[in-house]
Design a protein around this ligand. Structure first.
Ligand SMILES: Nc1ncnc2c1ncn2[C@@H]1O[C@H](COP(=O)(O)OP(=O)(O)OP(=O)(O)O)[C@@H](O)[C@H]1O
Ligand SMILES: [Mg+2]
Length: 411
């Protein structure tokens, strides 16, 4: 062992197992124990150990070593002037009853291990924290995306409502302006018709020769004059009809009353008898409903517009299903038809004033926009869902505030 000293500076000590006399010791260990080699050689190995380690050596290691079994990785405390030094030792049997003990100082090794462990713990906890933060960020991102899309749809809805309201107001304004001249055109036309008729009669009675009549194409003039006047009158009537519908956007009768929506629906269906006959079967699924506080004329106008659209969408034969229900905060009426349905473009534009797919002269394109504006004005809603070729469903909702009778508020 001594011979390795210079090449391999290690902490080591050799002693006799029987009398514990130290037979060799490395310089490095001498330095650590702050003793000279001479002070240690031939002394008892027991004096370099702490009392606890001495006991441990005697009880746990001595017998094993005597049987020739090495003891590896044991912790022993060595005495030095500066206090005990903890060492990790290997005790190896050398033959001839000798034992060589090599060691490394455990303090640094343990310290390092402890430091590593605590660093590992710290890294782990930082990792966990990072994972947690990542989850949180992910959730926040999802929440943000959800809110954003919610905001987008609310903004779109607001824009749509504003656009419709503005268009409605404008249309109603124009209608009002048109009404006056149309009024006197109508009245002048009536007078004009009467005058024309009188002039024609006069010519018939006057002594105008057939030759003179032929020359001025009298027969044609007479027939065409009357038909022109008729056509013009029809045109004016149609203008009156359109302007009347348009003014619905702003007209509020103010005559609200408690009304039974089921009764309103049935009355509307009776008015529509001709449109329904032979091609539409009505199926009702009515819930028990309280009365609704609204303007009955306006509400039946909504029903009429929607039911007419449904009937017009059915070509040969089909159904209109009317379902009513009451939820906690709404009264809902669904009117579904098995008609032609709408493609996406039509469904998106159906609520716009003047949007129509019906042949010119058939539809004004105002039915749904007026109904929508009426429903919004009472705090309710109108929504469409449609599938091309399958049919259309219109959802109407009335706020609960219109359903509660006075005195029932807050009950
Ligand atoms: N139930 C339905 N089935 C299929 N398409 C519909 C239905 N309801 C509405 N539409 C479509 O929406 C358009 C607009 O409807 P809206 O009631 O506003 O006007 P209109 O029916 O064309 O004319 P008006 O109601 O003034 O006679 C219709 O032209 C039609 O294309
Ligand atoms: Mg219509």
């Amino acid at each position: 062992m001594h011979s390795h000293e210079s090449k391999w500076p290690l902490l080591g000590i050799e002693f006799d197992l029987t009398d514990h006399q130290i037979t060799d010791v490395t310089n490095r260990l001498c330095l650590k124990l702050q003793k000279t080699r001479e002070e240690l050689l031939n002394q008892s190995f027991d004096i370099v150990l702490s009392s606890a380690s001495r006991l441990y050596f005697l009880s746990a290691m001595q017998t094993k070593l005597q049987k020739g079994i090495d003891c590896e990785q044991v912790t022993l405390y060595f005495r030095s002037a500066a206090g005990n030094i903890m060492c990790l030792c290997d005790a190896i049997c050398q033959g001839g009853g000798k034992v060589a003990l090599t060691m490394i100082i455990a303090d640094r090794h343990l310290l390092l291990e402890r430091q590593l462990m605590s660093e590992r713990d710290e890294t782990n906890s930082i990792n966990n924290e990072l994972i947690k933060r990542q989850h949180e960020l992910f959730e926040q991102k999802e929440e943000k995306a959800r809110l954003l899309s919610q905001m987008e749809s609310v903004t779109a809805e607001l824009l749509q409502t504003e656009k419709l309201a503005a268009l409605g107001q404008m249309a109603a304004g124009i209608a009002h302006e048109i009404n006056n001249p149309v009024g006197y055109i109508q009245s002048n036309l009536n007078t004009l018709s009467q005058y024309a008729q009188r002039l024609i009669n006069l010519i018939h009675r006057a002594s105008v020769s057939d030759k003179q009549k032929d020359a001025s194409d009298f027969e044609f003039l007479e027939a065409d004059l009357l038909s022109l006047l008729n056509e013009t009158q029809e045109g004016v009537q149609r203008i009156t009809q359109i302007t009347r519908s348009l003014t619905q956007f702003t007209r509020r009768s103010g005559l609200s009353d408690w009304c039974d929506v089921h009764q309103q629906i049935d009355t509307t269906l009776k008015i529509m008898k001709n449109e329904l006959r032979g091609k539409v079967e009505i199926r009702r699924q009515f819930a028990e409903l309280p009365e609704v506080y609204c303007d009955p004329a306006q509400i039946s106008q909504v029903f009429l517009n929607i039911l007419l659209n449904a009937a017009q969408a059915i070509d040969r034969f089909g159904y209109i299903n009317i379902v009513t229900e009451l939820t906690d905060d709404k009264l809902i009426i669904k009117i579904a038809d098995t008609g032609c349905g709408m493609d996406t473009e039509t469904a998106n534009r159906a609520l716009e004033p003047f949007f129509t797919t019906k042949p010119e002269g058939d539809g004004t394109g105002l039915g749904l926009s007026i109904s929508y504006s009426i429903m919004r004005s009472i705090g309710g809603d109108l929504r469409l869902s449609s599938e091309h070729g399958k049919g259309t469903e219109v959802f109407l909702s009335f706020p609960a505030s219109l359903v509660l009778k006075e005195g029932e508020h807050g009950s």
